[in-house]
Design a protein. Structure first.
Length: 269
């Protein structure tokens, strides 16, 4: 890293973009992933230099970053190319809520605003605790979260934790601990056997089509299908391991569970 704190940062995933904006350090960002949408001004203010598993390496190098922020093994090849070119790369790998909070604190420390990052992370911890307390005694419907439809992939751990915080029961809680998506693939019969009351889908940026659930063979017996309790949450709100998931993503889950518990199934999807 040529400068510390880094003055020129490129973010290859959404959550570090949003975190830096929330910390008031957005002026350090010189390039972002094409999926960055939070806050909305990022679309106009920052150059897009990457997708998720691909990046414009030459363009990134031309921007002379002090630091590139990456996420997970899925960006390992990009990170390797940048490292070989002499660029400092920090790759986060958070897969649960505690990891998200640690990322916020660590990133804040890297850019020299550790105290502000601590305050931000603590505010999320307090918010989560408050929601848990308020929803402690509500009826807890069974929830099937679908991250992808073909093959069917159930939710990762932070999503599963948010479902529980919001007042639901993740029917595949045990699978959520598996970091790799390939280890969270479920068979149709498994979902039928799990008998979820609610289906929440977020197909990684692809539009969810509720009729597809009704067309699945044998699924007519599933309580969520019988009552048409099928909901979509945009992937930008729930599938990026950062502030969005802990705020708007969690709020969407709370709203969905409240609709169910108040018998307003006609408002589903």
């Amino acid at each position: 890293m040529r400068n510390f704190p880094p003055e020129r940062i490129i973010c290859l995933t959404e959550e570090t973009v949003e975190t830096l904006y929330l910390l008031g350090e957005q002026d350090r960002i010189v390039g972002v992933t094409g999926y960055a949408v939070r806050p909305s001004v990022v679309r106009e203010e920052k150059e897009r230099v990457a997708a998720f598993t691909s990046a414009k390496i030459d363009r990134i190098l031309s921007l002379q970053p002090d630091l590139v922020l990456a996420f997970s093994d899925l960006q390992a090849n990009i990170a390797a190319d940048l490292i070989k070119s002499g660029v400092a790369v920090m790759a986060y790998n958070q897969r649960d809520i505690s990891g998200i909070l640690a990322m916020i604190r660590h990133l804040g420390a890297i850019v020299g605003v550790g105290k502000k990052a601590e305050e931000l992370a603590s505010s999320y911890e307090e918010r989560i605790e408050d929601i848990q307390i308020k929803r402690k005694n509500i009826y807890r419907p069974r929830v099937y979260f679908e991250e992808w439809d073909s093959p069917m992939i159930t939710g990762i751990k932070w999503v599963s934790e948010l479902i529980e915080i919001a007042g639901g029961q993740d029917v595949f809680f045990e699978l959520s601990r598996n970091k790799a998506a390939t280890d969270r693939i479920v068979a149709p019969q498994q979902v039928i056997n799990a008998s979820p009351n609610i289906i929440v889908a977020s197909w990684c940026g692809k539009k969810v089509r509720s009729e597809k659930f009704h067309e699945r063979e044998g699924w007519s017996v599933v309580p969520a299908i019988k009552k048409n309790c099928i909901y979509e949450i945009k992937s930008s709100l729930i599938l990026q391991p950062g502030p969005a998931a802990l705020t708007d993503g969690l709020d969407k889950l709370v709203q969905i569970l409240d609709l169910y518990n108040h018998g307003k199934h006609d408002l589903a999807y």
